[in-house]
Design a binder for this molecule. Structure first.
Ligand SMILES: [Zn+2]
Length: 149
């Protein structure tokens, strides 16, 4: 199963403002994450990092700004957020371990843009996700299967 989503950009935070500080904290938290993080996990990590409480609405607004600035991607399949590495990628989500990675898929995005243009549609942003099994989980499953023989 693959999901495709487009989003409108949100207004960036003013430099030096509390919102900009929160955006930077979220980017630090997501940079250290191995799997997509949900809003409440992000809130808890920021509370530990900055030793202050934070409200869900603040995190939601910050995530909207960071998605608008193309610094963060929302992973629809796991309702989590990932740091965007700055390439036109596909998010690959492992349905067993929950791990996510992004791989470059420029030709896929280009094909989608051209298809949309043929229908008179101008694509502003595209996120493509695919679920399946990561190489580690496939290796573990194969090792277990060979142990049984
Ligand atoms: Zn996996």
């Amino acid at each position: 199963m693959a999901g495709i989503r487009t989003a409108r950009p949100a207004r960036p935070a003013s430099p030096g403002s509390p919102a900009a500080r929160l955006d930077a904290a979220i980017l630090r938290v997501l940079a250290a994450a191995a799997t997509p993080m949900g809003t409440y996990a992000i809130m808890a990590a920021i509370a530990r990092l900055e030793e202050r409480s934070i409200y869900p609405n603040q995190v939601y607004r910050a995530l909207e700004r960071l998605i608008g600035a193309e610094l963060v991607d929302r992973v629809e399949m796991s309702s989590g957020y990932l740091l965007r590495p700055g390439l036109r990628g596909v998010i690959l989500i492992c349905s067993l371990c929950g791990g996510a990675s992004q791989v470059d898929a420029g030709p896929l995005h280009e094909g989608l843009r051209k298809t949309a243009e043929r229908h008179g549609f101008s694509v502003e942003r595209t996120i493509i996700e695919a679920s399946g099994r990561c190489s580690t989980c496939i290796d573990v499953a194969e090792a277990r299967a060979s142990d049984r023989i």
